[in-house]
Design a protein around this ligand. Structure first.
Ligand code: AHR
Length: 340
């Protein structure tokens, strides 16, 4: 009896061993040598897949809608995103820095790939740009610079505003060869274009031309008109010319000069910046003497840069825009071809 129990245990164990042997995976066959007796090379590490426009999620913290220029800039950013298939998160800060900062923080929370921002003023950006950097989200400055250390943004895409101011002064010198008194309509106080256009203009203005007054019109037509109205009341026919930091303020000033009873473009010369369609029409009408171009159509270049940056390609620290100067003599011919 005892012997038969032992036999049973032995048989059961033998059957279990056979079952386990069947379930065990077959040993892998030895890898065939690649050539001759050499062992096969280790597989190359998989290359990180490059992102395409369709993978890209971008936040654009637009500063506002204060001018024809800005409207064109917004349209360019939105249209290019649609054409390329980029996912765009867009916000309009209504000319307020705190709103732009809020928008940037919300883009960080949404973990976008890149943030584009035209800073409404130059200072006060370090904290929020550092937050973006800490979150690993690159900042691209579009249109306007910010006064921050260079490691807080990857690149600046936009104009040389100082050079625009210089060009405007050279045109003013031609319009007032015997000198005279002029007034200046300044852009948004503390903004890069207002600071730089004032600086460049003073660098090249002839010493026989005196800037008798200088006030901000905040880059808007309504404010430009209001400030010019006050200038006309105060200085009247003493004003030989106006230097406006953008076309919208120049267009507002044109209305005030006419309401005062003088002819803009002849009694009072006007030099402005942007080269928007409204300025071309004013030149066709003989009411504006010169406009210095500032290009707002930055959308396609912005996404090109954004894609390069997320794919780890190096980009220059500044991509300057190419810009011209336009005059009344060919304004009628150029106007139909203007995109903004
Ligand atoms: O930053 C560009 C400037 O901003 C444009 O010259 C002006 O029209 C706009 O508001």
């Amino acid at each position: 009896m005892k012997g038969s129990k032992v036999l049973l245990v032995v048989v059961v164990l033998a059957m279990l061993a056979a079952l386990i042997g069947c379930a065990a995976p077959a040993p892998a066959p030895a890898a065939a040598p690649a050539s001759g007796d050499q062992p096969a090379p280790a597989a190359a590490p998989a290359e990180q897949a490059k992102k395409t426009y369709k993978d890209l999620v971008v936040g654009y913290a637009q500063l506002g809608a204060e001018s024809e220029w800005r409207t064109a800039n917004t349209a360019s950013v939105k249209e290019a995103a649609q054409e390329l298939g980029v996912t765009l998160k867009f916000s309009d800060a209504q000319q307020k820095q705190e709103n732009q900062i809020k928008a940037i923080r919300s883009f960080i929370a949404q973990k976008v790939d890149v943030i584009g921002v035209p800073p409404v003023v130059e200072t006060g950006w370090e904290t929020v740009f550092k937050e973006a950097k800490d979150a690993g989200i690159p900042i691209i400055l579009v249109d306007r610079r910010a006064d921050v250390p260079e490691d807080l943004y990857v690149t600046y895409l936009g104009s040389d505003f100082v050079e625009e101011g210089r060009k405007a002064a050279l045109e003013m010198n031609k319009l007032l060869p015997d000198g005279g008194k002029i007034v200046e309509l300044v852009g948004t106080v503390g903004s890069a274009p207002a600071n730089d256009r004032a600086k460049g203009f003073r660098e090249k203005l002839n010493p026989n031309i005196e800037i008798i007054d200088s006030q901000s019109g905040d880059f808007t037509r309504a404010k430009g008109k209001e400030v010019m109205e006050a200038f006309m009341k105060k200085y009247g026919k003493d004003i030989g010319a106006v230097y406006a930091h953008n076309d919208d303020m120049a267009l507002g000033a044109i209305q005030s000069i006419e309401e005062y009873g003088l002819k803009p473009g002849s009694d009072v010369k006007i030099v402005s910046i942007d080269a928007v369609r409204g300025a071309f029409q004013a030149m066709v009408d003989g009411k504006l003497n010169v406009t210095v171009e500032c290009n707002p159509l930055l959308g396609p270049q912005f996404y090109d840069l954004a894609l390069k940056v997320v794919n780890g390609e190096s980009v220059p620290k500044w991509i300057p825009s190419e810009e011209s100067v336009y005059y009344p003599d060919n304004a009628a011919e150029v106007l139909p071809t203007r995109k903004y």
